[in-house]
Design a protein around this ligand. Sequence first.
Ligand code: FAD
Length: 522
Amino acid sequence: MGTVRADHALAADVVIVGAGSAGCVLANRLTQDPKLQVILIEAGGEPADPRIADPAAWPLLQGTEIDWAFTTTPQPGLAGRRHPWPRGRVVGGSSALHAMGHMRGHPLDFAAWEAAGATGWNWDALRPFFLLSETSPFAGEEGYGGCGPMALCQPATPHPLTLCHMAAGADLGLTPIRDHNGPRMSGPTLNTLTIRDGKRLTVADAYLDAVVRARANLRILTGILVDRLTFGPDGRAVGVSGQAGADRVLVSARRAVVLAAGSIGSPSILMRSGIGPAGDLASLGIPVLQDRPGVGANLQDHLLSAGNVYRARRPVPPTTTQHSESLTYIGARTADPALPPDLVVGIVSMPVLSDGLAGLVGAPAPGEGYTLMFGITHPRSRGRIMLASADPMVHPVIDPRYLEAEEDREHLLEALEWARRIGSAPAYKAWNQQELFPRPQDLETRDSRLSFVRRAAVTHHHPVGTCRMGTDRTAVVDPDLSVRGVPGLYIVDASILPSLTTGPVNAAVIAVAERAATLLVF
Ligand code: FAD
């Protein structure tokens, strides 16, 4: 369905805002009950760009019509650079432009959620929902799902550099593992990818197929930018108002509104509705409904660095998947595989340089080089999102405060060391003609190394935590996913994660939404 006009009467039992990873899962699962009428609202449109389906084309989708194209504030920890923050604005959300890695996370990542107040959100509780969501290449084995909407694969014919990368890790004594979603997460392995028959599988492809879309109790409304919530006289959330082009649209929720607008969208809608840090809202002229300092706070994101770049001895063939087929997670500070790995070093089969390094001479052309990207898994730095204006068309202020914590800086320097060790391991001899970045002068002192990583680091695209689930004063949602102090309002998306999982977060967002669909009682 396309855009709607303001004079349409729009009402449902449940209104879900945002047809991204979480919203698509919820829309499917909630409408399995034919008595529940659901409206799913999305600011973007139905996916139309053929590049969405092409796994290799994912970097080209940034800056297109399906990208919100957010930008961070200048980051002092990253040499004052502003970071582009792509986010999906289309049915499928960020799963329509992401890099397709599917890693559940380490069991202790979820123990950390529970310890932070997300009572009941531990590994044992989430594990059935990871399985429910997936059709794994290892279906039939204990611990893997066989019937879920998300079809997963590992590269059938891995890129030669991928094989080399895994062998180099083994050269250094890292124990290979079969996949990231088994009993261990650290060690060289192939990435698990959301690619089916050579094409990207978005969460919308998986959960909103033609059969689900044909359900009489589901309406999908695209092209509506939700501005704010509407409330009844008792303070209950009773709907949303938004813009569909020039038209103002009101959508009523008889039982509940569920925000699934993501780590940037959900806190922004709350704040525009008067739920957020009172001082910030008042300074923008937004009437304060509830003073909630936790809204927009606790922002955290993974960094990767681009990178440890090499000139190749021989031509590098193009990718047959999505350029990045092997992330090696490393427990650098602990050899205990029962603990979450703290570093990651991945291979990208082309030269990748951050904007902080791109101006420097010496980068090889595609086909002539490759990159070891390195990062940290559990950053301590915490940033925040604030509104810049009450106008929903104006992007919020995004300040992740990357590398503000000393521990993150130390960890990233260790990750650089590990990348260079792997890059110079015997297995890479057949490929490594010359290490181009960092340059010798970047390696002279700790300061020069730190200056290098500050310029090399880029977002790994995993912002979470801005409407944190918990039970303390600054938590935004309770463990039952209701927004504290606002009856009839729930949040289900990456914003409620108390902290990052070890790897990319999409699989965890899907599992959270699967579990949410069984918990929400309307
Ligand atoms: P989203 O999927 O972003 O969905 C939010 C939806 O809400 C969007 O469709 C948006 O348009 C809509 N919306 C927002 N505001 C409004 C509003 N006001 N009105 C109406 N609609 C609104 N994760 C992985 O696991 N593996 C990867 O390889 C990976 N790579 C990534 C690469 C990139 C470039 C990006 C951007 C992300 C990547 N991620 C990856 C992260 C992953 O895609 C996200 O964490 C996940 O999709 C978040 O799901 P969500 O439901 O919280 O939000």
